[in-house]
Design a binder for this molecule. Structure first.
Ligand code: NI
Length: 168
């Protein structure tokens, strides 16, 4: 297993719309394992392929506090949604930035597993937030897009400042 490089906002590659996964083969399995490793190493609760510069419809997540509930969703589709919740979100591609985003409270997702088998899963609370956040990545969308243009410009400035400090 190896750790993958995570793209950071405002990298334009994060705006790529992912293509459906069609081959359920060994390279896919390796990618899933590497994404799992990368997510856990970064202490994230979710990671979309887009964030590691692979533009395929696939995401991994684990919202448990023990990191013992790993999930993978390939070609995910939300087939039902209900209610609303506001949660303070962060993102491995937008480090150090947190903001409230309004999302559906509960949903049903249909996806495929690494073998290509289709399954459906009901998600609620944080798991529902995380899935919606990661599915946005597959569309080239980031949580900061929900902020006002002014706030987004501030986020960009703050990140640029952070990066300058890392270099010096
Ligand atoms: Ni994210």
């Amino acid at each position: 297993m190896s750790q993958l490089n995570i793209l950071e906002f405002p990298d334009p590659r994060l705006r790529t719309v992912a293509e459906p996964v069609v081959s359920f083969d060994e390279p896919l399995e390796i990618l899933v394992n590497n994404m799992r490793e990368t997510m856990y190493q970064a202490n994230g609760i979710g990671l979309a392929a887009t964030q590691v510069n692979v533009h395929s419809r696939l995401l991994v997540m684990d919202v448990s506090s023990e990191q013992d509930d790993f999930m993978v969703f390939i070609n995910p589709e939300i087939i039902a949604r209900e209610g609303q919740q506001v949660h303070e979100e962060g993102c491995l591609s937008v480090p150090g930035i947190y903001a409230n985003v309004k999302r559906a409270e509960q949903l049903t997702v249909r996806a495929q597993d690494v073998t290509g088998e289709t399954f459906e899963k009901d998600l609620t609370g944080l798991a529902a937030v995380c899935l919606q956040h990661e599915m946005d990545h597959l569309q080239g969308k980031l949580f900061v897009d929900y902020l006002s243009p002014l706030k987004r410009a501030m986020v960009k400035k703050k990140l640029e400042k952070q990066r300058r400090q890392e270099v010096s």
